[in-house]
Design a protein around this ligand. Structure first.
Ligand SMILES: [Zn+2]
Length: 201
């Protein structure tokens, strides 16, 4: 039996999402056939506005409704302390306990030669421009404790030291974090300990 085209279209759209195989894509699509039209319209409009109504902060590259973002424009935050993360989701995780009072920089990925992602594919240059202004005293490297995250941290530490010399303090968060894990999945206590136990890089 041929699947009706509108159904097939949505199945194929779901299949493109990470972690969703053909079976799940089918199940989700047929589930949505039972949902009231108003709920479908809300889903469609939420997806439509996801990127239209958000911007990348021109300072830290976090996703936000405003530019500069809420954190960069917060005068209570220490602008001389920059925590470097791979993804915007990592900021959500680090913000949960409210202990960190510095600002962030989002790389939007990590160096991964296997996937053809080099330093130029990430937002490393804007970070170097930020640290090169003489107003930053410490950079905390909070990339994931994976091979890619370590390689990225090492690359950035080297690049900053080349530009700023030894005046800049560069630290790496401690690994109470399980090796190979993503920052976004760590619990608040582990993240807090990791931040407290950061060491000079
Ligand atoms: Zn920002």
């Amino acid at each position: 039996m041929r699947v009706p085209q509108p159904i097939q279209n949505l199945i194929e759209a779901f299949e493109k999402l990470p972690g969703i195989g053909p079976k799940t894509a089918q199940r989700l699509t047929y589930y949505l056939l039972h949902v009231p039209q108003i709920q479908l319209d809300e889903l469609a409009s939420a997806a439509e506005n996801l990127k239209k109504q958000t911007v990348l902060c021109s300072i830290c590259l976090n996703v936000n409704e405003h530019n500069p973002c809420d954190i960069c424009s917060d005068s209570q935050r220490d602008q001389s302390l920059i925590c470097v993360v791979e993804q915007p989701l990592d900021i959500l995780a680090l913000e949960k306990n409210g202990k960190y009072k510095g600002v962030y920089h989002v790389l939007h990925g990590a160096i991964s030669p296997l996937n053809n992602i080099g330093p130029d594919e990430l937002y490393i240059k804007p970070l170097l421009d930020r640290t090169n202004k003489g107003t930053v005293r410490e950079v905390i490297l909070a990339t994931n404790p994976t091979m890619e995250g370590e390689a990225t941290a090492m690359y950035i530490a080297k690049a900053i030291k080349q530009l700023a010399g030894d005046n800049m303090k560069i630290t790496r968060i401690a690994h109470g974090l399980p090796v190979g894990a993503d920052l976004e999945y760590a619990d608040e206590v582990t993240l807090e300990k990791a931040m407290e136990g950061r060491r000079e890089y």
